[in-house]
Design a protein around this ligand. Sequence first.
Ligand SMILES: Nc1ncnc2c1ncn2[C@@H]1O[C@H](COP(=O)(O)OP(=O)(O)O)[C@@H](O)[C@H]1O
Ligand SMILES: [Mg+2]
Length: 480
Amino acid sequence: MPPLLVGRRVLRGRTTEEGTVPAVRADKLYKVFGKRANKAVELLGDGRHRDEIKQLDVTAAVIDVNFDVKAGEIFVVMGLSGSGKSTLIRMLNGLLEPTAGTVEIEGTQITGLPPAELRRLRSQKISMVFQHFALFPHRTVLENAAYGLEVRGVPREERLVKAKESLGLVGLDGWEDHLPTQLSGGMQQRVGLARALAADTDIILMDEAFSALDPLIRRDMQSQLLELQATLGKTIVFITHDLNEAMRLGDRICVLRDGRVAQIGTAEEILNDPANDYVAQFVEDVDRTRVLTASSVMEPPIPVIDPSHGPRAALRTMRENQTVSAFVVRRNRQLVGAVREGAIGEAVRNGVKELDGLVDGDIERVHPDTAVADLFHQAAESPYPLAVVDGDGRLVGVIPRVTLLAALAPIGSGDDTGNGAGGGEVAADGEGDSSVKGADEGGATAAASDAPAAEDTDSAAARASDGPPEADTAEEGSER
Ligand SMILES: Nc1ncnc2c1ncn2[C@@H]1O[C@H](COP(=O)(O)OP(=O)(O)O)[C@@H](O)[C@H]1O
Ligand SMILES: [Mg+2]
């Protein structure tokens, strides 16, 4: 595997003299329900599991949780039902008082604040989006979207203008005067999101906000959230029990298990370097093709050919590198096209002196952020490795088809069960998200069952040549 590039979005941070102030900080945070909560915290602090303190007649929901959420980050908290996610998020917005530890919002400790001050800070800095939308049934969509501003005492005219804008952002133009019941579930949740946006807080907390939606609508909402976050730069703490959702949305993911943090890391870190067996088991079945992006599987573009070189030099470069094709790239790394050994060889025999006219400009280009799942179709169509091209048209990497196949294999596992598209649902409660089963993934799944698990790419190449038709690389098995 090539080194993984992490961090899909640029994080913005409010900086002070001491450095960047986290948008949200949880510091040694505990929530224990029951009379003997403090005794429980003591024992839990010594490392006891919450099941070991049952005799105290308490429920330890959140145990010694520590993290900083950076401004502009999507921080996902993921865990099974009962792992403490909702309790945690309710402490983050001050609705629940921690048993021990503190919460800071943009540098202000909210734990222990007088109620009025807490309410004011919350309404200015934090919005919530809930699973079941929490809309007022007898108010219009517009009034619902304006609710956060109403709480803050913003005059009616002003808040309705803001709310209308936000409804536009989530694609609900024209629905302002409808009642929530006239909207589908997905649209109702858009209203919930619009309400959070209208409130114009830096921080949005979302508790299983998409969990009640149909898989396709859910995927839509995830895409929209990513888009909105990229343009608006909100800090989002997103709670889910769905691993694929977590991996898709999270700049970083915090895995909770029985109230404790099992791991905090990027999707790639969690996938490739799970902190323990528990996390490893979680990610075993995750759809890697949805998590890994072109930039995380691409290889350095070697060799490349300068457009000013003649066919003879191009041929020599390809032969030296033992490849049957090469990309043509200007000095500033602008991608011009690609050439194939066969055509170049013939041109040399015919005495052609110019590379012009031999360069195939119509090649498959992909963006570094494209999910691997979305690369298979293009890879199958193209006689060349995929060219990974940044927003400025520069060639930043290449993806031979064998690399794509190798990316499907779970790291470090000796066997591959071939369920690359099997989903990463962690809950057993049937709230399933089948969003991972895109129609384009038949090829990926088939390929996965044939792909070697932890072999190197060369042996993958050998295997791939008798692989499924979608991934037929027989023609340029030697393209590396
Ligand atoms: N108000 C409460 N009183 C007692 N126990 C609670 C309360 N709220 C949550 N719990 C318990 O705390 C644990 C974590 O719950 P919760 O935070 O809702 O988990 P999640 O959101 O991950 O499903 C569960 O065992 C739950 O029953
Ligand atoms: Mg919950």
